[in-house]
Design a binder for this molecule. Structure first.
Ligand SMILES: Nc1ncnc2c1ncn2[C@@H]1O[C@H](COP(=O)(O)OP(=O)(O)OP(=O)(O)O)[C@@H](O)[C@H]1O
Length: 325
């Protein structure tokens, strides 16, 4: 993979608010990177600065080693896709998808061929003459994606493109989005506050908090070795515990029930439910920081019921060691 986007010491300010506080980030050509973090951490501001929509107070953004400070938004050849696809409501699907090509002066026949190709890619073959107002939310975002991809942007910037959709559709579209970006070799930066979505879409995930990047790594590596509890927390780990002078982050499957006299901790079962073919036990237990509510995997001797005491132990493959503080 060759050199693509390079962000160096980027700072974005709004008056006295520092939204992006010295970020360094590289995205190789052909790579998809997710920016993951809570609301207000500066993800959108960073994305907008890369697009050229927000000025940098300090630092630089470069593509292929060329500084973009003097290059206006429309000359960066970057594509943009937002939460609400911002389609032209008065135009049909094909006109929307072909918009960037028309602006670029692409001939009509070439344009039509490219629009058809893209509609096929996003699973909307034959939808060209439909009114965009007659589409579902998911279909609309597919049209917006086709429109953003049509001019073959050298970098596609996606700001929470799926967050207006319901959960099931979001999961499906996240997987499809990855396939489409990979199939087209598109370099992408994908902003999301949803860790599952980040993992489903990206080659690498950058975890962001309070204007800075805490860790950048491929999903499996991030999951296996978060550098801090803050990162683990964003990824969906449910607790941090001290065990034999080590700090351990406990994942959603990091606890297992045992007989009460065997486990490291003793807790009370609140309920147990079957989810996706496996049982999930909810327990109230003090893991060291006061009583909290956690999820555990049932051990061999677990029997259904509530208001029963169980022991709890850690499951190594559902936990991660955190570096010493
Ligand atoms: N136009 C603006 N004027 C003033 N402050 C702003 C502006 N845009 C963003 N901010 C502030 O900058 C900080 C970062 O906002 P930003 O939108 O980049 O975060 P985010 O991580 O994308 O959040 P969200 O997921 O809620 O969109 C926040 O404190 C926000 O209130």
């Amino acid at each position: 993979m060759s050199r693509g986007l390079e962000v160096r010491d980027a700072v974005v300010r709004y008056g006295t608010t520092t939204a992006v506080d010295g970020v360094n980030l590289d995205v190789a050509e052909g790579e998809v990177l997710a920016l993951l973090g809570p609301s207000g951490c500066g993800k959108s501001s960073l994305l907008r600065a890369v697009a050229g929509l927000e000025p940098l107070a300090d630092g630089s953004v470069a593509w292929h080693g060329r500084d973009l400070a003097a290059v206006p938004v429309h000359r960066r050849a970057f594509g943009l896709l937002f939460q609400d696809g911002q389609l032209f409501a008065h135009a049909d699907v094909a006109s929307n998808v072909g918009y960037g090509l028309r602006v670029a002066g692409v001939r009509r026949t070439d344009r039509e061929a490219r629009v058809d190709e893209l509609l096929g890619l996003v699973g909307l073959s034959g939808y060209g003459s439909r009114a965009v107002t007659a589409l579902s939310g998911g279909e609309r975002q597919r049209v917006a994606l086709a429109r953003a991809l049509a001019p073959r942007p050298r970098l596609l910037l996606l700001d929470e493109p799926l967050s207006a959709l319901d959960r099931a559709l979001r999961e499906r579209l996240a997987a499809e989005l990855r396939e489409i970006l990979t199939a087209t070799g598109t370099t992408g930066v994908f902003v999301t506050h949803d860790h599952d979505e980040a993992f489903a879409v990206a080659d690498r995930v950058a975890v962001m908090d309070a204007g800075t990047i805490l860790q950048v790594a491929p999903p499996e590596e991030l999951w296996a070795a978060p550098v801090s509890w803050r990162v683990a927390d964003f990824l969906g780990y449910q607790a941090v515990v001290d065990v034999d002078d080590e700090r351990v982050a406990v994942g959603p499957t990091g606890l297992e029930t045992t007989a009460p006299d065997v486990g490291r901790w003793v807790g009370d079962v609140v309920r147990s439910v079957r989810r996706r073919g496996r049982t999930e036990v909810t327990v109230d237990v003090d893991l060291g920081g006061g009583v909290g509510r956690y999820t555990a995997v049932p051990g061999a001797e677990f029997t259904d019921g509530s208001d029963i005491s169980v022991g709890l132990r850690l499951r190594a493959d559902g936990c991660a060691h955190l570096p010493a503080r």
